[in-house]
Design a protein around this ligand. Structure first.
Ligand code: A3P
Length: 290
């Protein structure tokens, strides 16, 4: 039932030009050393993908630069038939250890990942900055429908009628799942506040032990400024028919608290009131600025 409800929202072309091949996703065969990066969109997926890739390459940016991060870390559910190989196909061809990216809600992750006890890194970002980032992304991403005016978009977002559904359900259900599973739950705001501390957390979680020099190299290489100029991480190689960076760059601002430049006082009050209700049943807490 949950899947049907989710698909009803996502399979209508108005919402997203992706089409999901559920048989392939459901039957996806994980490997025990797969590393999963799970996020709600616009929460720092690309950032943490690059961090993980750097950690696996011992902090060596030369090894990391061999390919675009979105090729090295395919999105499990991604499929635009006839245009690109599906994420599941790309992954099937990759050597281990694979890093798998997904925006799927927790209940739709293929069970094989749980059966093998694969490590999962979940990255969450506060709801307001995600809304702003998503809005700009929907403006520039031609696979998503035009978001319309901001004042309308914010209502659509609160109702969960955007690609990958409700932010509230996503962050809460992944938070619950970490009980009993190897899930490292990270926050975008923490990464901004102290990247080295958070990168060390990821390093320990992956069972690696890097030198201070390697860690410093990762901090530098994965900073917003460096990633924005790196063609392997800034998505500028993506055809303009998919992403139009003249409308809004993928690497847009990379800060915490940009929502203040978009929300009116009235929108903020309405958002907060709705947020309280939707988040009343969780211990999960976010910072909307640092
Ligand atoms: P903004 O639109 O707020 O700038 P995702 O990779 O999940 O789609 O997330 C994209 C968001 O993460 C964008 O947010 C992008 O700028 C930000 N981002 C990407 N790399 C970053 C980095 N190294 N440091 C800070 N923010 C980063």
């Amino acid at each position: 039932y949950l899947r049907q409800a989710w698909q009803m929202v996502h399979d209508i072309p108005m919402v997203c030009a992706f089409s999901y091949d559920w048989d392939r996703i459901d039957n996806f065969q994980s490997r025990p050393d797969d590393i999963v990066i799970a996020t709600y969109p616009k929460s720092g997926t690309t950032w943490v993908s690059e961090i993980v890739d750097m950690i696996l390459n011992d902090g060596d940016p030369v090894k990391c630069k061999r390919d675009a991060i979105f090729n090295k870390v395919p999105m499990l559910e991604f499929a635009v038939p006839g245009k690109m190989p599906a994420g599941t196909e790309q992954l099937a061809r990759m050597p281990s250890p694979r890093v798998v990216k997904t925006h799927l809600p927790v209940h739709l992750l293929p069970t094989s990942f749980w059966d093998h006890g694969c490590k999962v890194i979940y990255v969450a970002r506060n709801a307001k900055d995600v809304a702003v980032s998503f809005y700009h992304f929907d403006l520039m991403n031609k696979l998503h429908p035009h978001p319309g005016p901001w004042e309308k978009y914010i209502e659509t977002y609160m109702a969960g009628r955007v690609a990958f559904g409700s932010w509230y359900d996503h962050v809460k259900s992944w938070w619950e799942k970490r009980k009993g599973h190897p899930i490292l739950y990270l926050f975008y705001e923490d990464l901004k506040e102290d990247p080295k501390r958070e990168i060390e957390k990821v390093m320990h979680f992956l069972g690696k032990d890097l030198t201070q020099q390697a860690l410093d190299s990762i901090v530098h290489h994965t900073s917003f400024e460096v990633m924005k100029e790196n063609p392997n991480t800034n998505y500028r190689m993506t055809p303009v028919t998919v992403m139009d960076h003249n409308v809004s760059p993928f690497m847009r601002k990379g800060i915490a608290g940009d929502w203040k430049n978009h929300f009116t006082v009235a929108q903020n009050e309405r958002f907060d009131e709705d947020y309280e209700r939707k988040m009343a049943d969780t211990t999960l807490r976010f910072r909307t600025e640092i």
